[in-house]
Design a protein around this ligand. Structure first.
Ligand SMILES: Nc1ncnc2c1ncn2[C@@H]1O[C@H](COP(=O)(O)OP(=O)(O)OP(=O)(O)O)[C@@H](O)[C@H]1O
Ligand SMILES: [Mg+2]
Length: 314
């Protein structure tokens, strides 16, 4: 047998990973309990937006532009990267030395161990509850980027090959739940491709979803699914963003496909033209924001920002 033959493709989970997963779940449970109490006392006045869609449709590009545009309008913006690939910091134009300082949220458990010397078991998670202000979580795990956008990265403790990001997502959902936004505060959450992660937990507390799609058959199929899921999850406002559009004909076709795939009627439709200027600077969207004349993509995302503001403040 060759060496390759003898190695399993998916390695069995080691003890350390298992321990971390359990600790993350425990932390998430406690945080959710605390969130329930907090929500009885405080009313949410800010708004949360989840960005989803097929791989490569433009989720990260649009999330980064939207985050920075809203920040320039005076909002306190928390940009959350749920994608284990962690592309959002670069898209936001975070300098390398700052990006290097990011501590993924999933390292929470390590952090607690470092700071408190807590052992695995019952003590896990107490730290957050003793000091259950999530602005503290944001301070510890978030970093400030251009235009004052704060960036929070989920990260992962689980090998991608095992295909499970459950504890990380449970923790992220609990933190989002706990985060009761004040007036003028916004969360923009960029997600990984596909929909597995787009579950009840993650979308909870999100009143708006932005579903990004290229005007193609396969991309619209995923978008239609995401729009349906958004409705099922009780997200009242769903913005369909057709990205990389080259002609009016493509818009017509995409909307026809949406109907064919039985997508519910979106709250709004935003068209972003294919804009080659993006590729001169990608992954960083920063330089696009200061160009004169304004690139088409920036104008279109400003329109999306108008809508997100309107429905967020309703
Ligand atoms: N309107 C546009 N015009 C031209 N290029 C674009 C446009 N929007 C996005 N792109 C480019 O398309 C590529 C994919 O975009 P992006 O990374 O934002 O997609 P994504 O949905 O986040 O992908 P993934 O699923 O891999 O996370 C990037 O190279 C980006 O610069
Ligand atoms: Mg992305």
């Amino acid at each position: 047998m060759t060496k390759l033959d003898s190695e399993p493709i998916i390695k069995p989970e080691d003890k350390e990973t298992k321990k971390k997963k359990e600790a993350l779940f425990a932390l998430a449970d406690r945080l959710r309990e605390a969130a329930k109490e907090k929500r009885k006392r405080i009313r949410e006045e800010g708004f949360k937006v989840v960005v989803t869609g097929k791989g490569g449709a433009g989720k990260t590009t649009v999330s980064a532009l939207l985050a920075r545009i809203l920040a320039r309008r005076g909002y306190r913006v928390l940009a959350v990267d749920e994608d284990p690939q962690i592309n959002l910091p670069n898209a936001l134009g975070l300098p390398k030395d700052v990006a290097d300082r990011i501590v993924p949220l999933s390292r929470n458990v390590d952090y607690i161990e470092e700071k408190t010397g807590a052992r695995p078991g019952e003590e896990w998670g107490v730290f957050l509850i003793v000091n259950p202000d999530v602005s503290d979580v944001i301070e510890r795990f978030g970093v400030k980027g251009p235009d004052g956008v704060t960036i929070l990265v989920m990260g992962t403790v689980v090998q991608a090959a095992t295909g499970c990001l459950c504890p990380e997502n449970a923790l992220l959902a609990a933190v989002m739940d706990y985060l009761v936004l004040r007036k003028g505060e916004v969360v923009i959450m960029d997600t990984q491709a596909g929909l597995e992660h787009f579950g009840r937990a993650i979308a909870k507390g999100f009143k708006q979803s932005v579903v990004i799609s290229e005007p193609t058959h396969n991309s619209m199929q995923v978008a239609a699914h995401a729009m349906r899921l958004s409705h099922e999850l009780g997200i009242p406002y769903v913005h369909l963003v057709l990205n990389k559009v080259r002609s009016e004909k493509e818009v017509d076709r995409a909307l026809r496909l949406a109907k064919e795939f039985k997508a519910p009627e979106p709250t709004s439709v935003v068209v972003i033209p294919y804009d080659p200027i993006v590729l001169d600077y990608e992954p960083n969207v920063g330089p696009l924001l200061d160009m004169d004349p304004k690139p088409e993509i920036v104008k279109a995302v400003e329109h999306l920002a108008d809508l997100v503001e309107k429905y967020g403040n309703m």
